[in-house]
Write a protein that binds this ligand. Structure first.
Ligand code: FAD
Ligand code: EPU
Length: 337
């Protein structure tokens, strides 16, 4: 294991910002992780676990040890008439893992096809798309405690999953490096097509008898239409969470904008942040080298050569405009370092 000094993270953050980590290391085992933690402790520096860099904003050079978690391996651990248990290393690519589960006749994750990044980051914000979140199929994970260097097991109820949220963004933030994740998937497939656009796309592709591979392909098709490929246009997916508001605020917004997109959510209302930004006239806007994507206003993009401050400036501008117009606060989704 080689610890590199002043290492560029340009290829390891999907905004493509040219920033350096004071130290950087590739870790392919728990022993590597323990060694990395010992090094950082000795240097009195924080440890930052890194996967694909698709959900973070690096605002400048980082006085930290960045650890690229490369632990690989995936296997079926159990199978019965209802359930297939699978477990995989944190360094596995998420989309390849999803495709592998389908090949193993283990169903449930197909709606989450093509989400960028690695398996170890998936529980951090309980990734979700097209009516499914990983919490729906999550069984447990193993994580290394950065303080004690002991491995700890987290069951579903320990993770406190919520919308784009988990204990790893709250009380356990910066404390654990996830090393493997286990899922309890379905042996018998039942489609989850509550999202209208997905239902239409699946119908078009399947002549009425869809299978999980068709759903996975349909999800990939919709995503390619709407979301920019980070290799072509730097971005981190949705830059803001969809805001959850009470009935009173929804009514106020609806009085002025009857067509506002809102979904019932845990006794409150989830508004479509992309709609709010779009309706505020900011879809496809360009501020110097940054902007919002012209097909999805919720995605902020680096048109090339932007500095992190340009992006953060645009994000603040959007928050102010949306707040002034609708009275709604937008919360940044990716982690800002
Ligand atoms: P990174 O960006 O490397 O890390 C994200 C955070 O997790 C950081 O705080 C990091 O320290 C921490 N972390 C990473 N690995 C570990 C580990 N092993 N242990 C502990 N902490 C760790 N997200 C969705 O939920 N739904 C979507 O539909 C979606 N679509 C996207 C589309 C695009 C085009 C892009 C660019 C992003 C999208 N995202 C989406 C966001 C992103 O893909 C997910 O959040 C993904 O899980 C991030 O994985 P990563 O490996 O790139 O994480
Ligand atoms: N909309 C607009 N204009 C826009 C963008 C969206 O009017 O520019 C409207 C759409 O027409 C639709 C609504 O807003 O009525 C919602 O849009 P969409 O279905 O594209 O989903 P989203 O709410 O913008 C969320 C997730 C995505 C996830 C998709 C699909 C969040 C913050 N984002 O986006 O996750 O892929 O649903 O389920 O919850 C991510 O987290 O990075 C991410 C991409």
């Amino acid at each position: 294991m080689r610890i590199l000094e002043n290492h560029s993270l340009e290829a390891l953050n999907t905004f493509g910002f040219r920033v350096n980590a004071r130290y950087f290391v590739e870790a392919s085992s728990v022993d590597d992780l323990r060694e990395a933690i010992a090094f950082a402790t000795q240097k009195n520096l924080p440890v930052v676990p890194l996967g694909g860099g698709s959900n973070l904003v690096l605002t400048g050079d980082q006085e930290a040890l960045f650890v690229h978690v490369n632990i690989s391996g995936k296997r079926v651990t159990s199978r019965n008439d209802e359930c297939v248990g699978v477990t995989a290393g944190a360094g596995e690519n998420w989309h390849e893992f999803v495709r592998w589960t389908l090949g193993e006749r283990a169903y449930g994750l197909e709606n989450l096809s093509l989400i960028p990044g690695n398996l170890g980051a998936a529980p951090i914000q309980n990734i979700g798309a097209y009516g499914v979140e990983i919490k729906d199929y999550f069984q447990s994970l193993q994580a290394l405690d950065i303080h004690s260097k002991e491995l700890k097991n987290f069951a579903l109820e320990d993770c406190q999953f919520g919308y784009r949220d988990s204990i790893f963004k709250q009380s356990a933030r910066d404390r654990f490096i996830i090393t493997s994740v286990s899922f309890a998937l379905d042996s018998k497939w039942s489609p989850r097509l509550s999202y209208d656009r997905l239902q239409q796309e699946v119908e078009q592709r399947s002549d009425g008898s869809p299978d999980p591979f068709v759903v996975s392909e349909a999800v990939c098709g919709i995503r390619r239409e709407k979301l920019p490929d980070p290799l072509q246009l730097g971005n981190a997916g949705s830059f803001f969470k969809n805001p959850v508001v009470g009935e009173a605020l929804l009514k106020k917004v609806q009085a002025a904008y009857p067509d506002v997109v809102a979904y019932p959510f845990e006794g409150r209302w989830k508004l479509a942040a992309g709609w709010l930004i779009d309706r505020a006239g900011l879809k496809g806007c360009r501020h110097g080298l940054v902007g919002t994507y012209n097909k999805q206003a919720l995605v902020l993009v680096n048109h090339g050569g932007a500095e992190p401050d340009d992006l953060l400036g645009l994000a603040r501008h959007i928050q102010t405009v949306v707040h002034d117009r609708f009275g709604v606060e937008l919360e940044v989704e990716p982690r800002v370092y």
